[in-house]
Design a protein around this ligand. Structure first.
Ligand code: AMP
Ligand code: MG
Length: 349
């Protein structure tokens, strides 16, 4: 199949093009599109055949459910069996935006979309292109991240093209995503809502609205045997080809430890990459150096992280060392993704 790769502008929505893209989804085809978090691979959420195609295009295990994207709050009622009060409150504060909520599904949603579960994950994205596309596609678009399964989530149209060219009908490309990490997922089917995946909307932000939320205990740990409630969280995602190790500790000790590894690598001709910050980059020996930006600017770190992991693959890094980041605010989401990419290898120095 030929994949149409269309560059689009966020400022001037091309209504004709989005109508064409919506038509592709209505007919059962797949279109990748930008959202504020990462690029999504969209198909008709109410058509089981479309969901099957999504799994096959990504090479995604079919027990890993898809998030259904809506563009009108009124539409939520049409796919879930019950909307708890707490969910109404969260929707009011955080929708449209980078928050996904889990509800009990109704019969309109096929099990192919929910990976066989009786619950459905729903998000109302704030990206205007996404909103216009969802409406043009009939209102309910199932969209996991538009990467090949096991690769870092795509934060640009180019990343989508690399992974999915020839497998989907169209890519709508508006450049880099604003946030760069996937949405926060909260399970609203429990008495006390539970965060299943950390993201831009933090525990603190949710607690300002709800008083109490819990955090799934598998999020930052490597508990073998404990099954995460978001099935996707059990897979080793985002793994770069080179072995990634996180090095945590006092800054000078981290630099010294990593510099030793760079020298060892250089001695045997091994390509070593490092993920560091603007503050520290000059203290490291020569190697494949990448800065995520200023340490305190966690939004910049989030935006750049996946792109860096992809660059290392292209450049053939065989060993990668990353500085660790603080867990406050979005740092929780950043460390969650980094730990998964590293297969939970973290060294304290
Ligand atoms: P992605 O769209 O690639 O960001 O992945 C979607 C994530 O949402 C995966 O981790 C899924 O396991 C999770 N998810 C989707 N639907 C549900 C659900 N009904 N219950 C729990 N987790 C879900
Ligand atoms: Mg994904």
């Amino acid at each position: 199949m030929d994949t149409k790769w269309e560059k689009i502008s966020r400022e001037h929505i091309d209504e004709d093009l989005l109508r064409e893209a919506g038509e592709i989804i209505r007919r059962g085809g797949l279109v990748a599109f930008p959202t504020e978090t990462v690029y999504g691979l969209g198909g008709d959420a109410l058509n089981p055949e479309s969901s099957r195609k999504i799994y096959s295009a990504k090479g995604r295990p079919s027990d890993n459910p898809l998030i259904v994207h809506i563009a009108d709050l009124q539409d939520l009622d049409k796919i879930v069996s019950h909307i708890p009060k707490a969910a109404e409150a969260l929707a009011k504060h955080f929708w449209p935006g980078p928050l996904t909520m889990i509800f009990s599904k109704n019969e309109a949603v096929p099990y192919e979309t929910t990976g066989g579960l009786d619950t459905v994950a729903v998000r109302f994205p704030s990206d205007k292109t996404a909103q216009v596309l969802i409406k043009a596609a009939g209102g309910f678009v199932a969209a996991p991240s538009a990467n090949a399964s096991g690769r870092p989530s795509p934060t640009s149209g180019k990343h989508v093209f690399e992974d999915l060219q020839g497998r989907i009908e169209m890519i709508l490309d508006s450049g880099s995503c604003e946030i760069g990490l996937e949405s926060t997922i909260v399970d609203m089917t429990e008495d006390i809502p539970v965060i299943l995946r950390p993201g831009y909307v933090t525990e603190e932000m949710l607690e300002e609205v709800l008083c109490r939320v819990e955090v799934d205990r598998t999020i930052l740990s490597n508990l073998s045997g404990a099954a995460p409630k978001a099935p996707g969280m059990k897979y080793r995602h985002y793994a770069p080809k080179g072995e990634l190790v996180i090095v945590s500790g006092e800054s000078r000790r981290v630099t010294a430890y990593v510099n030793d590894r760079i020298k060892e690598g250089a001695a045997v001709g091994k390509k070593v990459g490092i993920i560091v910050t603007d503050e520290t980059i000059d203290s490291y020996e020569a190697c494949l150096k990448k800065s995520v930006g200023k340490r305190e600017d966690e939004a910049a770190v989030a935006r750049r992280l996946y792109e860096i992991l992809r660059e290392f693959d292209e450049e053939g890094a065989e060993a990668i060392y990353s500085e660790a980041f603080d867990y406050g605010g979005m740092g929780h989401a950043i460390m969650n993704r980094l730990l998964k990419a590293a297969g939970h290898r973290i060294i304290k120095v």
